[in-house]
Design a protein around this ligand. Sequence first.
Ligand code: ADP
Ligand code: MG
Length: 184
Amino acid sequence: MPETVFIGFGSNVGDRVDYCDRAVTLLSLLPHSRLLGVSLLYETEPVRDQTDPGEGWFLNGVVQLETDITARSLLTTLQEIERSLGRDDDDRSGPRTIDLDILFYGEQVIKEPGLTVPHPRLHQRRFVLMPMNELDPLWVHPTLKQSMAELLKHTKDQFHVQLLFPQPSTKYGSRPACSSPSGS
Ligand code: ADP
Ligand code: MG
């Protein structure tokens, strides 16, 4: 059975729209997978917890896929896409051309070396909860047992997140490839 997965993307250096657009397009082309939705782009103040991503504001969004790819292979694929888009492996906590995170892999809870799903910080990040709420407000976090709408309503995250305006059109055809879950 395919799983519904949500992948968060973010970029804060260079042509951020182009990096996001390319990443979404590559995700839309994955084998054994179907693109179900792509959120709008959100502009986000950089969060400095343990890392220093630089001064640049992030562009963030979420992609929803249906896939037969295992969570571990998906992580490897995301890391390959990050590398192909020029992410600096030697300075992973620095400014990033593209960051791809598995937010949810169906309702599965995974705690393995190098792979934690749901992503451990997603419920504290407005820049994840806003696009998640746009794609599926009723999606329930499998361990916190709260919907995206509830988590967003209660988050204490003070960092500023706003819709990017105007929203750019895609250059590579990633959004038109979107189809409804029913396949209609
Ligand atoms: P960030 O936490 O800011 O996304 P990185 O992108 O540098 O930081 O990720 C650091 C490590 O997080 C990766 O090497 C990866 O193995 C690990 N990781 C653990 N769980 C996940 C997940 N759900 N999605 C993506 N990466 C994950
Ligand atoms: Mg990451």
